[in-house]
Design a protein around this ligand. Structure first.
Ligand SMILES: C[S@@+](CC[C@H](N)C(=O)[O-])C[C@H]1O[C@@H](n2cnc3c(N)ncnc32)[C@H](O)[C@@H]1O
Length: 282
């Protein structure tokens, strides 16, 4: 695993999360002031999610400028019927080739991000029902207002007609794309197992996720410190300390995956990443 190329890169990898926590705290305070009725009416959780959505609308684009080249190569080859998990306001959509995609279901619980997501889908050429028929030869992008957890996702997909209300035994997606989202889904392992079941035999999961630091002691200490300082609270429920590679591997149970290729990036940073794919047995 390669180290940082400069001291500046190492310091950035260790300390940059502080700036994100401070920014998150600022947006939380701003939401509290601007939407004071939300707290007594709905409680703290919706307020936290609204504040993160506002932060993401402002900084999501700049936080998406340098995505790993391995991810971009994979995204260009995504094809068929696709589940795009937590696409936000569509910052990654321009990496898809919409002529290879028949239908892409973007499952995004933050409604505030949907207008941006639809605009991004149209911009890259997808058709979006009621808003544009898309460029010739390009597939359709369907925005779904739900989380990836089974109790939300299955009924939402059933409403689109893709699944029966009880789910699908054989899987319905050729590809499931998870970019910076599994860190925040509730019931991590069960949600990932549910996604595995929705994958067709031979289907591929495309993964770019930050994970538990288990490669560098100082970075691990920093990761624990950031969680204690409220990272998860201010960052829309994002957890820094999930061992997503292990959970993904285990999701296939005794069948095992046909192929797993997950590279670790920035193994020396407080927020290391895994990037790669898992292919289901045919
Ligand atoms: C850090 S953003 C990443 C957005 C996009 N995937 C990207 O990388 O540009 C995380 C996204 O996951 C969404 N999200 C949060 N909880 C989710 C859930 N339970 N199921 C699906 N998406 C979720 C958030 O609303 C947000 O849009």
């Amino acid at each position: 695993m390669p180290g940082p190329s400069s001291i500046q890169e190492r310091l950035n990898g260790l300390f940059r999360p502080i700036f994100l926590i401070v920014t998150g705290a600022y947006y939380f305070a701003q939401t509290l002031v601007m939407e004071p009725l939300l707290l007594p009416k709905k409680g703290l959780t919706p307020l936290r999610y609204t504040s993160f959505a506002t932060l993401w609308m402002k900084y999501g684009k700049s936080m998406s400028e340098e995505m790993p080249p391995q991810l971009l190569d994979m995204m260009r080859t995504v094809h068929g019927v696709v589940l795009d998990v937590g696409p936000g306001s569509g910052e990654q959509l321009h990496h898809f080739d919409p002529t290879k995609i028949e239908k892409c279901y973007g499952v995004e619980p933050a409604k505030e991000l949907h207008p941006g997501l639809r605009k991004a889908a149209i911009r890259v050429g997808f058709g979006v029902r009621g808003e544009g028929s898309g460029r010739e030869g390009c597939g359709e992008y369907v925005v779904i207002s739900a989380g990836a957890e089974q109790e939300e996702l299955i009924p939402a997909l059933a409403k689109t007609g893709l699944l029966g209300a009880s789910g699908a035994s054989g899987g319905v997606f050729d590809e499931i794309v998870c970019v910076r989202v599994l860190c925040g889904v509730p019931n991590h392992a069960e949600t990932i197992q549910g996604l595995y079941r929705l994958l067709k035999p031979g289907g591929r999961m495309v993964i770019c996720e930050h994970v538990l630091q288990q490669y560098n002691l100082l970075a691990r200490v920093m990761q624990i410190a950031y969680m204690l300082l409220g990272w998860s609270f201010f960052m829309g429920g994002c957890c820094l300390n999930r061992d997503t590679a292990r959970v993904l591997r285990d999701a296939a149970g005794k069948d095992g995956w046909k192929e797993v290729k997950l590279d670790v990036l920035q193994s020396w940073a407080a927020i290391p990443y895994i990037v790669g794919h898992l292919i289901k047995q045919s």
